[in-house]
Design a protein around this ligand. Structure first.
Ligand code: FAD
Length: 469
């Protein structure tokens, strides 16, 4: 069967880019259609941000129970049931995706479950099982996301031992050992989850550091935490081949410091990065250009592609790979479509990493500020000197504020420690609004809170230093 319908804005992909754009557009009165081939919520809600954080939490509760004595409490025969952890995770995901579905419904957004094809600049085809819907549309937003990068090192037979993040979230049972190839955000989050659930975890990272986009002091701190957790990390190590052993294990060959090494494991998680996913759309056919460096869809600051009425947002643009960036890009695209000119600003997009302890950063790192020849002043305050953090039983980490030495403007910050991913919002507010450390200092921070360390780090930017350190 085939039918035809009209839409003002057609959005391809219902992830945090696409569904947020849809909500924003509908709120502004536009007539919106969203086409999603898998599940609303996209990677983030179904196989990314949310399910991983559900596992992080289970691993944390289990760890806390094991460490109960430290808090004067007793927990005996501490154990966990992986299938129940997965069930809890699935329930959270279902609750959220159902929530999005009813939100879209409430705003009269038409959702088509099907695969979209781009016919021409103003025509999208949505293909359901035995149904084809032709959508004549004024504007199109491409929000098809990303896919894991595969590296050709897997020999025949070894595929059975190989996982990508999506499969790692739905393992039937936990292996005893796991090798994780890639020490980026996804690799490290899984390393902490699985290690805290008692697996032997080894991370193999090609670059000289894990999480190499962060400042060295942050990397040193998380590397020390990983070591204490029992995670083996090889850096400057190139995974070269995955084969199998006679006793049904994966055998990973890698090169470290010029030497060939081997490690066996029940499972190998490949987490070497993600690349833009065009979702099978023939974008170039309609004149939408691809950025050669990133492989993503070329967009300007308004999120407009090389075709006027076609916009692209989220991971498919190859700009960032963060859910909140995708959502913000979606809002920027919609505003431009509906007549309010707005530019996407990439200077203050926070990063949140759910390791133990958590890490978050925003704005310039020290290294980036130095590379830009900026005259900076840095203030740092240790977690161990914060009263609230001590009551939490947390002593590892610090908060760092990077300011312009002349203007006092907050240029960036990094946090490693308890609640880092929540705390970063204050620094983000400062960077976004070009606040000075003086303005952060004048702000009264509640006591006792982990956030007081932001106040202290801002004070530490000055020669007089922090109050409590
Ligand atoms: P997606 O969420 O990937 O959505 C794209 C959607 O488009 C998909 O649902 C897909 O089915 C659909 N689609 C594709 N092609 C078509 C087509 N032809 N027709 C119809 N539909 C189509 N980010 C964070 O900010 N915080 C985190 O903690 C975090 N954790 C992560 C953990 C993991 C394991 C992974 C993999 C990612 C994580 N991310 C995290 C990244 C985050 O998931 C992505 O940045 C975000 O999902 C990008 O949103 P998007 O809307 O661009 O794409």
């Amino acid at each position: 069967a085939s039918s035809e319908q009209e839409s003002e804005i057609t959005i391809i992909g219902g992830g945090p880019g696409g569904y947020v754009a849809a909500l924003e557009a509908a709120k502004q009165g536009a007539d919106v259609t969203v086409i999603e081939k898998e599940e609303l919520g996209g990677t983030c809600l179904n196989w990314g941000c949310i399910p991983t954080k559900a596992l992080v939490r289970s691993a944390e509760v289990y760890t806390n129970l094991k460490e109960a004595e430290q808090f004067g409490c007793r927990a005996e025969e501490v154990d966990f049931e992986w299938s129940e952890i997965i069930e809890r995770k699935n329930n959270i995901v279902t609750q959220l995706t159902n929530g999005i579905s009813s939100l879209l419904d409430k705003h009269n957004i038409e959702v088509i479950s099907g695969t979209a094809e781009l016919v021409d600049e103003t025509t999208v085809l949505a293909v359901k099982e035995d149904e084809k819907i032709v959508i004549n549309t004024e504007e199109i937003i491409l929000a098809t996301g990303s896919q894991p990068v595969e590296i050709p090192i897997v020999e025949q037979g070894a595929e059975d031992y190989l996982l990508y993040s999506r499969q790692a979230l739905d393992l039937d049972e936990l292996p005893e050992e796991m090798v994780i190839i890639g020490g980026g955000v996804i690799g490290l989050e899984f390393a902490f989850i699985f290690s805290r659930l008692d697996l032997d975890v080894t991370v193999i990272e090609y670059l000289d550091e894990v999480l190499s986009f962060l400042d060295t002091d942050v990397i040193d701190e998380i590397t020390a935490a990983a070591k204490e957790e029992g995670i083996d990390i090889y850096t400057g190590a190139e995974a070269q081949q995955i084969t199998t052993t006679a006793d049904e294990q994966a055998l990973v060959k890698f090169k470290e410091a010029g030497k060939e090494k081997y490690i066996t494991a029940e499972k190998v998680l490949m987490a070497v990065g993600r690349k833009p996913d065009l979702g099978g759309l023939d974008v170039e056919e309609v004149g939408v250009e691809i950025d050669e460096n990133s492989g993503g869809i070329k967009v300007d600051e308004k999120m407009q592609t090389t075709i006027d009425n076609i916009y692209a947002i989220g991971d498919v643009t190859g700009k960032t790979q963060l859910a909140h960036a995708a959502s913000h890009q979606g809002i920027v695209a919609v505003k431009n479509i509906l007549g309010t000119e707005e530019k996407m600003n990439y200077n203050a997009i926070p990063t949140a990493i759910f390791t133990a302890p958590e890490i978050a950063s925003v704005g310039l790192t020290e290294a980036e500020a130095e590379a830009e020849n900026k005259d900076i002043a840095v203030g740092k305050f240790p977690v161990a000197a914060n009263g609230k953090d001590l009551t939490l039983g947390e002593t590892r980490g610090f908060i760092k504020i990077i300011a312009d030495a002349k203007t006092d403007q907050v240029l960036g910050g990094a946090i490693i420690g308890p609640h880092a991913t929540d705390l970063i919002t204050e620094v983000t507010l400062a960077v976004t609004n070009e606040l000075s450390t003086a303005e952060v200092i004048e702000t009264i921070h509640a006591h006792p809170t982990s956030a007081e360390s932001i106040h202290e780090a801002a004070l530490a930017v000055r020669p007089e230093g922090a109050l409590h350190y």
